[in-house]
Design a protein around this ligand. Structure first.
Ligand code: NAD
Ligand code: IPM
Ligand code: MN
Length: 348
């Protein structure tokens, strides 16, 4: 996942719910590492402003992010906002307008005791979901007729382009260590399914050094539970990647621990965020696990060329989890702040 270094200025968008709680831990940890990063907080981007002014993300904020090139993101989402325009206007706009076409979502079992699986031989998940991040069902192409009547018709079109599919499949092959599994629903979805199949076969044939396989998404979900250790890189579309990465997160230790990088490997731009959302059910209670946000910061460090700092951070998270100096979702008794402090204290 090497990208060119653009700048050491980091934009921080804490967002909503537990977003600010976990982002604080991630920023303090980056500062403790002393990696020479400079932070600019855009904390006005949140649901309160959207509800008050109807503004999700301004053009000026988008340009500020584009200039910096790197974002540490918390989460967006608020129970008071019931339409998708807000999340689309912030997170999906950043992904799309900055063309962050790779959503890199690694899942590595953090500690033996955290696996939900009974069979010990199958627990060791160590894979990456490579999710296409700019197309599919997420483009917003579609419409509705006779809205609010019993004759209502809605259409949400799934967009797949040759460029979009080929660059994500090629990226997946480029980072694989052992194997690539392409996941689709080409037994039911007609045109996009054929495009993914064709592009995947062509890419597979250019990479005989790697094992290649294909699974339909339903059986991929089954096999992830049955034999998670058999996966290396999973490449799939926007929707299936969204769903499967919550599944791999839980197999690796829990949703609160899962990290992700939204990147454009060609421009070097990146937005780093935990896989989880704003978790309104636990906001303000100190129950939010900061590990997913902290490990997302580690992905940021890797992409900025700070590999040893990233590894130090990952080791610190592992150590605290092993010693149960963590939040209750991982069997600890610490609150969010204390768990962040424990990670910083464990830095070597
Ligand atoms: P969620 O990921 O916020 O929460 C799912 C469950 O996991 C909840 O029980 C929550 O308490 C728990 N959880 C999540 N993060 C945790 C953490 N760090 N520590 C401990 N427990 C944690 O999913 P949801 O409830 O479906 O969504 C809530 C809001 O977040 C919605 O508005 C949704 O659209 C939004 N969302 C945003 C993002 C994002 O910004 N990237 C991602 C997913 C969901
Ligand atoms: C994620 C989230 C988002 C997505 C939502 C908030 C639009 O679930 O980042 O996984 O579906 O991409
Ligand atoms: Mn999701």
């Amino acid at each position: 996942m090497q990208t060119e270094q653009t700048t050491q200025k980091i934009i921080v968008i804490p967002g909503d719910g537990i977003g600010p709680e976990v982002t604080e831990a991630a920023v303090l940890t980056l500062q403790a590492l002393g990696a020479g990063l400079e932070f600019t907080f855009l904390d006005r981007i949140n649901a309160d402003r959207y509800l008050r002014d109807g503004v999700a993300l301004t053009d000026g904020e988008l340009e500020e992010v584009r200039t910096a090139g790197t974002v540490l993101f918390g989460a967006v989402g608020d129970p008071r906002v019931t339409n998708p325009d807000y999340a689309r206007g912030v997170l999906l706009r950043l992904r799309t307008d900055l063309d962050l076409y790779v959503n890199y979502r690694p899942a590595v079992l953090l500690d033996e005791r955290l696996s939900p699986l009974r069979d010990e031989s199958r627990r060791g998940i160590d894979c990456v979901v490579v999710r296409e991040n700019t197309e599919g069902l997420y483009t917003g192409v579609g419409g509705s007729l006779r809205t609010g009547t019993p004759d209502e018709v809605t259409v949400d079109q799934e967009t797949n382009t040759h460029l979009g599919v080929s660059r994500i499949v090629e990226y997946a092959y480029g980072i694989a260590r052992r194997s690539v599994c392409m996941v689709d629903k080409s037994n039911a979805v007609r045109f996009g399914g054929q495009l993914w199949q064709r592009v995947w076969r062509e890419t597979r044939d250019r990479h005989p050094e790697l094992d290649s396989s294909h699974l339909y998404v339903d059986v991929a979900a089954m096999k992830l539970v049955k034999d998670p250790a058999s996966f290396d890189v999973i490449v799939t579309n926007n929707s299936y990647g969204d769903i499967l990465s919550d599944l791999t997160a839980e197999l690796a230790g829990g949703l609160g621990t899962a990290a992700s990088a939204n990147i454009n490997p060609r421009t070097g731009m990146g937005l780093y965020e935990p896989v989880h959302g704003s978790a309104p059910d636990i906001v303000g209670k100190g129950l939010a696990n900061p590990a997913g946000a902290v490990l997302s910061a580690a992905l940021l460090l890797r992409d900025r060329g700070l590999k040893s700092e990233a590894e130090a951070l990952e080791r610190a998270v592992r150590r605290t989890v092993a010693e149960r100096r963590c939040t209750p979702d991982l069997g600890g008794t610490l609150n969010t702040r204390q768990a962040g402090e424990a990670i910083r204290a464990a830095l070597d």
